[in-house]
Write a protein that binds this ligand. Structure first.
Ligand SMILES: [Zn+2]
Ligand SMILES: [Zn+2]
Length: 135
């Protein structure tokens, strides 16, 4: 099983994901836009048990479209978003792809919340697209 390491911008928060084939979703929801400061976030979804993280993390308590709580964890030193826990998917770690040291293995296969996609965003062909959250 491959180990993928990553960190925040300042390097005080580090993480490891041990997963050969996580699901990678581009999320166009407005909360991802605001919390990432970008047009969309690239989310790597893996079983929670395969993700370990340490560092000076803080969380923002958000609410997902399901109406259930989301915890958006970020480095308290530099503000980099690291990962999200969703009560709607308690066994899943949603890791921000941008923090990985080597992102060459990351292959998005779906896009979600396309309803709020920024119109200029160029995206690869062949991804499964959902207006909101897939059921
Ligand atoms: Zn940091
Ligand atoms: Zn999102």
């Amino acid at each position: 099983m491959s180990e993928h390491k990553g960190s925040c911008l300042c390097g005080k928060t580090t993480f490891t994901l041990t997963d050969d084939a996580p699901t990678v979703a581009l999320c166009h929801c407005t909360h991802c836009q605001k919390s990432s400061g970008s047009a969309f976030s690239v989310n790597v979804l893996s079983p929670r048990a395969r993700f370990s993280v340490s560092g000076p993390l803080k969380k923002f308590d958000d609410v997902g479209e399901s109406g259930k709580p989301l915890r958006r964890w970020f480095c308290s030193e530099c503000g980099s978003p690291i990962w999200t826990e969703a009560e709607a998917m308690p066994d899943v770690a949603i890791v921000k792809a941008g923090g990985f040291d080597d992102a060459g293995w990351i292959k998005p296969t779906l896009e979600i919340f396309c309803d709020s996609k920024q119109q200029w965003t160029p995206l690869p062909e062949g991804l499964a697209r959902f207006a909101r959250m897939p059921g």
